[in-house]
Every structure is written in C-alpha cells, then in structure tokens.
Design a protein around this ligand. Structure first.
Ligand SMILES: C[S@@+](CC[C@H](N)C(=O)[O-])C[C@H]1O[C@@H](n2cnc3c(N)ncnc32)[C@H](O)[C@@H]1O
Length: 306
C-alpha cells in the first residue's frame, strides 16, 4: 500500500473513504502544507521533515498551477513552522502540563511533527491538542487527520466565535498558536480576536503569533503565488510589541526573525521591503503572554487618601 493510501486507511479506520474535497476550503492552506511536504527541495539541508504533509498532499488533488510557483512564501512557511516547534519545545521544558490550541489549523501536521521532536518528558506535558478552523476546513481535516482523546477537532471562526474551543479547555494553561491567519483579518478583528482569547483564558495563557511588516505585505505581489490567488492582506504589524496595545492583558515576551534562518540567496527578495521597513524584521514569530485577569484590575483599584 502506498504511503498516502496507508495514511488514508488509518485515518478512516479502514472504511472506504469519501474522496477529500477542497470545496469551500481556503486554498491558502495549501501553501504551508506544500511547503512542509517539499521542504527538502525548497530549502536543501534544512532540519525539517514532514512525512504526514507529503501523505496529505498525495491524497488531495492539488492544482499546482493555481498556487503559482513562488518559493519565497513557502520557505517562509518552513521557517515559521520550525520557529513554532522550537518555541513549543521550550514551553514544554517547563514542568507544567499544557493544552496546545492550534487556531486556524488548516491541514497543519504540527501535532505529529512536534511529537517526533520531543523528549518523552516533554511529550507527557501535552495534556491535549485542540485544532480549530472554519467548519469546511474541519470537515476536511476530520477526513484526513485522526482525532483522539489527545487531539480534538473543533470549529471556530475568528475573531470571536470560539465556543467550541472554550468547551475543550480545562484548568491547564493553554498555548494559543495562530499561524498564517491574522494577515487576512482587519486590524479591529485582530484586536477582537486577542480580546476573545483573553476571555477564554482568565487565568492566563501564552500566545505564539506570526506577523508580517506592512512593507513585506505590500511587496507580496512580486511573486506569482499571492498574485495568482488574488490574496488580499489586511493586517500587517511593523513592531510585534504593538500587540500589547491592542487588547488588555497582552504582554510582549519575545520575537524571532523568521527570515534570518534562510540562506541569503533565498532572502534576496526581501532587500527592497527591508529598505522600506528601515531594517526592522519583516516576518516574525511573536511570543506573547496573556496575564491573569485579576492582575489587570490592580492599576485601577481605588486609592484611599486618608
Ligand atoms: C494560510 S492558511 C494557514 C493554515 C495553517 N495555520 C498552516 O500553517 O498550515 C489560513 C487558515 O486560516 C483559516 N481561516 C481564515 N479565516 C478564518 C477565520 N475567520 N476563523 C478561523 N480560521 C480562519 C483558513 O481556513 C485556513 O485554514
């Protein structure tokens, strides 16, 4: 049996599957999926391998012409996947259990990849995965990727239709991972989304969010991928510290430049936007913290003058 057929049989428990369809599903999710599947040819020698992504792409009838042939956004996707894995590995070195909430998960195979990269003690600290996206995407994900007591699939719609995520959380401190979705929202929706995540986690949470400088988004049509897909980016961020001003309780912790790990000849596209951005990082993974809600009340407590 081929790798793809075997994966399909596993994910359906051997029952003849209905052919997976991309109807109603955003094609943008194919870019990171293909990037992960083809990482070794896009970025030879990179320490990244995703057999599950290769198996998924083999099962989907992907029209490559529709996606364009620009390798730059795909390499950026590999870099952000690596950065997210690294950040999650660091969280899981702390001796507390975590619920990892993958919002706008698309067909990201992160749960499989991360498991393969962790020590047993780190793996044991994952209480649960909650993978969430729009209903048509989750219907597709249900067909292609297995759920279990440890991996839940739920529906969610940003900025604030997050009830099924709320129902899947418990007292464990969550890590909310938003990868490749905020650029498609308006700035007010991003603020609403951060506020909604705050309501989900009154005791606090960690957030990993990728962000792109407006200059990079403005030049994104230099390549044929986003031009061909007629992608409209709405939210860019020049400095990830600015997330802190967008919603209560958000604190900036750290950022990682996602372009830096790419070999220089794969970054040539970035020189013009870099000039416009005055040298600021063009693509980042920001690590934010949602502080517990009680702490927020402190500065507003009335002061006695007696
Ligand atoms: C570029 S894909 C990224 C998918 C995934 N994070 C990855 O890296 O493979 C964008 C994803 O955002 C999802 N999405 C778009 N708008 C959304 C919304 N309002 N609420 C939830 N998900 C949304 C799409 O369905 C799609 O799966």
């Amino acid at each position: 049996m081929s790798e793809a057929a075997e994966a399909r049989a596993l994910s359906t428990g051997g029952i003849a599957p209905v052919a997976p369809t991309l109807d109603g599903v955003s094609r943008t999710l194919l870019i990171p999926l293909l990037a992960r599947a083809e990482a070794q040819s896009l970025w030879p020698g990179v320490a990244f391998d995703d057999a599950a992504a290769r198996s998924l792409t083999a099962q989907l009838a992907v029209d490559r012409a529709e996606l364009g042939s620009d390798p730059f956004p795909m390499r950026l996707c590999i870099s952000r996947s690596l950065a997210i894995q690294e950040a999650l590995g660091a969280f899981l070195r702390e001796p507390i259990e975590r619920t990892l909430v993958l919002i706008a998960c698309g067909l990201d195979t992160l749960p499989v990849r991360l498991d393969a990269s962790l020590e047993p003690a780190q793996q044991a600290r994952i209480r649960r995965w909650v993978c969430a996206d729009l209903p048509p995407v989750m219907a597709l994900r249900d067909q292609l990727l297995p759920t279990s007591e440890r991996i839940r699939h739920v529906r969610a719609s940003l900025p604030d239709q997050l009830d099924e995520i709320a129902a899947a959380l418990d007292e464990t401190r969550p890590v909310f991972i938003l990868e490749g979705v905020l650029p498609y929202l308006a700035a007010e929706q991003v603020a609403d989304c951060l506020a909604a995540l705050g309501r989900l986690a009154p005791a606090g949470a960690d957030l990993l969010i990728d962000g792109y400088h407006p200059a990079l988004l403005a030049f994104s049509r230099l390549g044929n991928t986003f031009r061909r897909m007629r992608t409209r980016f709405r939210f860019g961020i020049a400095d990830p510290r600015d997330y802190a001003g967008m919603a209560a309780r958000i604190h900036f912790r750290a950022q990682q430049d996602l372009l830096r790990p790419l070999p220089w000849h794969h970054r040539k596209r970035a020189w013009l936007p870099s000039l416009v951005a005055g040298g600021k990082p063009l693509a980042t993974l920001a690590q934010l913290e949602l502080r517990p809600s009680t702490e927020d009340a402190t500065p507003f407590r009335s002061v006695r003058h007696d």
